[in-house]
Design a protein around this ligand. Sequence first.
Ligand SMILES: *Cc1c(COP(=O)(O)O)cnc(C)c1O
Length: 476
Amino acid sequence: MDEQDLRAWMHRAADWSAAYLAGVGERPVRAQVAPGEVFRQIPAAPPEAGEPMEAIFADLDRVILPGMTHWQHPRFFAYFPANASPPSLVAEVVTAAMAAQCMLWQTSPAATELESRVTDWLRDMIGLPGEFSGVIQDSASGATLAALLTARERALGFAGNREGLSGQRAVRVYASAQVHSSVDKAVRIAGIGDGNLVRIPVRGPLHGMDPAALEAAVAADREAGHLPAAVVACLGGTSIGACDPIDAVAEVARRHGLFLHVDAAWAGSAMICPEFRDLMRGAALADSLVFNPHKWLFTHFDCSAHFVKDPRMLTDTLGLRPPFLRTLEREGVVDYSEWSVPLGRRFRALKLWFVIRSYGVEALREMIRCHVAFARDLAARIAAHPEFELVTGPILSLLTFRYAPAGAQDLDALNERLVARINDDGRTYLTQTRHDGHFVIRFQIGQTTTTWRDVEIAWEAVQEIAATLRSGAGAG
Ligand SMILES: *Cc1c(COP(=O)(O)O)cnc(C)c1O
């Protein structure tokens, strides 16, 4: 492909992308293919000779597109969002053109220095104090792993890195059952072990961890000769949006010298709106906090903003500097690969810079405020409906509900059928969780192009499909 061809295909890709986004709302939200359907349409062997781009593009439309779930659909209300935006898309294109590997300052000084600046912007936007330094990680999972490794080594005086974990005291980590499974995974990868992740009970309308129970668990562990190392607080848990009382948790952490990591992967973006910051009270006392602009801040995956109070602790844990990675005669520069598990890193700051500059912070706040307001209005409608129950929330823009018509017997099975039918229908896409032992349906609002009308259409679809379940083989 020469320069002329490249220009032509880049234009084609731009036209394809703009048309896709303009029409995505007409497509079924969740892919409607059966397992294996896409696989069988792709030849078992790669072509020996190059094929025309025209043919590849035709197969993109014919084979791939029907097998896609449309995350940028205005009625995508499943999981959490991965909301993107046009300025972010444009930035991703030019990032791909440069295709830089930004592991060290020297391998692209602008990438490193822009990352320092935009993470400072993000820190200030969510109201964290200036004593935090930021880095963009590949995922919240990666940030939480980095945080727990740091906590482990802080507790062990770096003996874990030097000698390994055998023969050390049991490193203990505390969290409620509402934290994301990435915490469980990090505890495994860090060699801490499932049995040393201590679950603290929750209470209250925000389903936050009980600080007195945390205090008691830490004291009991000290008594038993264990090594309490870290507490992970959630700000907007994945299941129902649970929020721990970070200020009270931080007080316990301070008393016992525990490292405090806050997982705000989804809800952190909403903290750009000062009126929601009650939920993060005490976050300034944390050692580490992560949130994902790639979830709810209109920036393409991958982009996790990780803030730490003491970057030295992080780089002492993860930073290795073999001779081939030294930046000669430039000591004192930041090499962000020392802040994370992977060495290689994409230029992720550029899309944030495009997004924040192109919208301006106030427009970003306004979009998030709309999502939260839509969720409150929807919650009121669900609560007022005689056959539906609002089960939790809304916490920010996430609520859970279930269909509970009078006289229906097995509500779990009924709601499981309901969510499957909704997603086969295609007008919207919702996912489920379990809460207090019950099967409930989640509804989160966070898409870039979602309007109140989209929420209404989805809610109408839910009611209509539920009614057919009840009149058909449904209830009971
Ligand atoms: C989505 C989510 C994660 C995982 O995020 P990744 O960036 O995909 O690793 C972690 N914690 C919470 C609360 C989440 O919602």
